[in-house]
Design a protein around this ligand. Structure first.
Ligand SMILES: *Cc1c(COP(=O)(O)O)cnc(C)c1O
Length: 388
């Protein structure tokens, strides 16, 4: 469309697709589950938890019905009060979990190079009411866990990580999942390991793990009817765990494949002025849950929104993760006026970041075509702007 009459892709390219196991690998398990009559929180869930704990080299893994539920359960089980420091550059659910628990989210700015929570800003935001920090591994790229651990120790806080994007990420040579008090992974369809709806909490704290198992079961201890916690129904279904168990066999390969696909994007776009990428620190591995590019409108010639519009005409869908950022979401913006103008990095990234199509089984030639679309948008910027 930029040049010819036809879009680069005849049929719209998917933005994200779960990479799922072949149906025939699931048939026996499905039959087993149905015949056993145990369809939730049974042996497939325990096996899935064990497999994740082994993969991530962490003591405990607790399967839950979603990452949002997992975040709520962890906040509740840690008996947090007062204020929880979170990044403003994240998905709505990070903040929602804090608010649902009756706590106050305190928003901080991010690093421009990674989009991840800034440890310096965390220190500035600590007050006598602060009880926890919640980091996010943005797009699967680990946040600065060692600095956050230092702050946790120094100020006696809890450290929770919204690791929704980060199943398979590596931080300083170690799988992400063991650091802090707990990591919460999402297993929903746009994330790397998809089970339909689901989440996984990992922790090295066995006492916390026991509380979480009680808490995901209405606050009831096994075999008891008397609740000891204000729990939820946060259990995972057996079918989802079965999908997770089979999906895990593809996970490591998928993380590697996404890293290679991301490299393809980076090579394809790096010569264009005004396009930069998330910095991945040495010793770290991102999952590339999202392939985010940062667009400098002056150097590139078009701004993020205009580029998204041009690409959509080529049948290339994109996403503006995370716009609006937390303090500008409709539900929060009246209460969070205090942050207006106080989160410059977040606001800049939120208005210049564009996530491009990426899924684990995506074809390299499709990435080349997406890059072509972006290149022609840059080359023909003047024509595009004047014809708009
Ligand atoms: C997807 C996502 C969640 C929520 O995960 P669910 O499993 O859908 O509840 C939480 N935080 C972030 C950063 C996410 O991207």
């Amino acid at each position: 469309m930029v040049r010819g009459e036809f879009p680069l892709f005849e049929d719209e390219l998917p933005f994200a697709r779960p990479t799922l196991p072949l149906p025939e690998t699931l048939f026996n398990g499905i039959k087993d589950i149905i015949l056993s009559g145990i369809i939730t929180n049974g042996k497939y869930v325990s096996e899935f938890e064990k497999r994740i704990a082994t993969y991530l080299e962490v003591k405990e893994a607790i399967a839950v019905s979603s990452a949002t539920t997992g975040l709520m359960l962890v906040i509740n089980a840690l008996k947090l009060k007062g204020e929880v420091i979170i990044p403003a550059n994240t998905f709505a659910a990070t903040a929602h979990a804090v608010v649902w628990a009756g706590l106050k989210p305190v928003l901080v700015d991010c690093e421009l190079t990674t989009g991840n929570i800034s440890p310096e800003k965390v220190i500035e935001a600590i007050t006598p009411s602060t009880t926890a920090i919640m980091g996010v591994h943005l797009y699967g790229n680990p946040c600065d866990l060692s600095k956050l651990e230092e702050i946790k120790k120094k100020f006696g806080l809890k450290l929770i990580i919204d690791a929704a994007h980060a199943m398979g990420a590596i931080y300083n040579g170690t799988m992400v999942g063991i650091q802090g008090d707990a990591h919460i992974f999402s297993l929903s369809p746009t994330k790397l390991l998809s089970v339909g709806e689901g989440g996984m909490i990992t922790t090295n704290d066995e006492m916390l793990a026991d509380l979480l198992r009680i808490n995901r079961n209405y606050g009831l201890q096994p075999g008891e009817v008397d609740a000891i916690m204000i729990g939820l129904n946060g259990r995972m279904e057996e079918f989802n765990a079965l999908l997770g168990l089979e999906g895990m066999k593809l996970l490591e390969e998928n993380v590697i494949r996404r890293n290679n696909l991301a490299k393809f994007y980076i090579e394809g776009l790096s010569l264009l002025p005004g396009i930069t990428f998330q910095t991945i620190e040495s010793g770290c591995r991102s999952t590339y849950k999202d392939m985010a590019i940062f667009i400098d409108p002056v150097q590139f010639g078009l701004d993020r929104n205009f580029l998204a519009h041009v690409l959509q005409k080529e049948h290339i869908p994109t996403r503006k993760y995370f716009y609006p950022s937390i303090h500008l979401l409709k539900v929060y913006r009246d209460d969070f006026k205090e942050y207006d103008g106080k989160l410059p990095h977040t606001e800049r990234l939120s208005s210049t970041t564009l996530s491009l199509p990426l899924y684990s089984h995506m074809k390299e030639e499709d990435i080349i075509k997406v890059c072509e679309g972006i290149k022609s948008a840059h080359l023909y910027q003047k024509e595009l702007v004047s014809s708009y």
